[in-house]
Design a protein around this ligand. Structure first.
Ligand SMILES: Nc1ncnc2c1ncn2[C@@H]1O[C@H](COP(=O)(O)OP(=O)(O)OP(=O)(O)O)[C@@H](O)[C@H]1O
Ligand SMILES: [Mg+2]
Length: 146
């Protein structure tokens, strides 16, 4: 089979691991002249969607979105050499694993690029839980960057 890489999705959480993954994703995009989606998922705080729980206030929602977008995405965007790359930033709200998989499916991604580790503090784990679950559940190939 021939593998054409037209669309790449990379998961951005602001960590060193995610920055390395994003650099790699940019290099792949440049090589293939592919479209690149820089995706950050703002995790919804526990209980927001709980049964009987009040829906999030517009202020809480926009605060999360602003923080997610401006801090994480813009910082990463600023660190990357995106010159000449057909890219867009995407902000999603919810569970990082299911949202990343959904973005890949909707955009028919050819590869999903993530870091082995993320912004979590659990040094004991070798592979972060988001990367781990993506490897098990994604319907496109996953590239895990050390
Ligand atoms: N909220 C997120 N939005 C987008 N991408 C993410 C998000 N969280 C993690 N990722 C991607 O997954 C990679 C691995 O992060 P992961 O969260 O699995 O590790 P961790 O934070 O070290 O561990 P854990 O979250 O289990 O404590 C990151 O480098 C990044 O590419
Ligand atoms: Mg994490």
């Amino acid at each position: 089979m021939e593998w054409q890489v037209s669309t790449i999705v990379t998961g951005i959480d602001g960590s060193d691991g995610s920055n390395r993954a994003a650099e790699r994703a940019v290099a792949i995009a440049r090589h293939w002249n592919a479209r690149l989606l820089l995706v950050t998922v703002v995790r919804t705080p526990e209980g927001w969607w709980g049964i009987g729980g009040a829906p999030p206030s517009p202020e809480a929602l926009s605060a999360a979105l602003v923080e997610g977008h401006q801090k994480v995405l813009a910082e990463t965007e600023g660190q990357l050499d995106l010159d000449g790359i057909d890219y867009q930033t995407v902000e999603e709200l919810g569970d990082p694993v299911s949202r990343l998989i959904a973005v890949c499916e909707i955009n028919e991604a050819d590869v999903l690029v993530v870091g082995r580790r993320g912004a979590g503090l659990a040094e004991r784990v070798i592979l972060g839980s988001v990367a781990d679950r993506l490897c098990h559940l994604a319907s496109c190939p996953v590239l895990v960057v050390p």
